[in-house]
Write a new protein. Structure first.
Length: 152
């Protein structure tokens, strides 16, 4: 994955996020990590992605701080890719994408996976954007402002 130098100069958080984690394979790797996958060979088997692409995406995800590389938890010579706090914070993004896909990308007749909570085995509530006071917000209820960095 080649990092676009213009994205680092972008004032848009969406552009910078897409540059860091926005390609298909990176998001699928992160999704698999949420499902407990930690080793290169496990990611490769789950995703069926070419080894060179997987190696490149994992390298980038480590560089941007989504994963740490650690010795294997079983004491073997392998290494494991462990989500950092920064990586775990991507969970709502993945859930939101999953819920959008569940709603709009499948017909009723199609087989698909769903995400259930471990405690009750129930579907998750739909993700929502809410104001600081708890009010549900849509696109027309929000606006962007430019925040100038403190130069002191």
């Amino acid at each position: 994955m080649v990092v676009d130098p213009t994205s680092q100069n972008s004032e848009c958080p969406v552009a910078r996020t897409l540059e860091a984690i926005g390609d298909r394979w990176s998001l699928m790797i992160i999704r698999d990590a949420f499902d407990g996958i930690r080793r290169f060979s496990e990611f490769q088997k789950s995703l069926g992605v070419a080894k060179n692409i997987l190696a490149s995406r994992l390298k980038t995800l480590v560089e941007v701080g989504v994963f740490d590389v650690q010795p294997a938890s079983d004491g073997s010579a392998y290494k494991e890719y462990v989500l950092t706090e920064k990586g775990r914070e991507i969970f709502p993004v993945v859930v939101s994408m999953r819920q959008w896909g569940e709603r709009f990308q499948f017909t009723r007749e199609e087989t698909r996976s769903v995400l259930l909570d471990n405690a009750y085995g129930q579907s998750l509530m739909p993700m929502e954007v809410r104001s600081a006071s708890g009010q549900k917000l849509g696109p027309s209820d929000c606006h962007r402002v430019r925040v100038v960095a403190d130069e002191s």
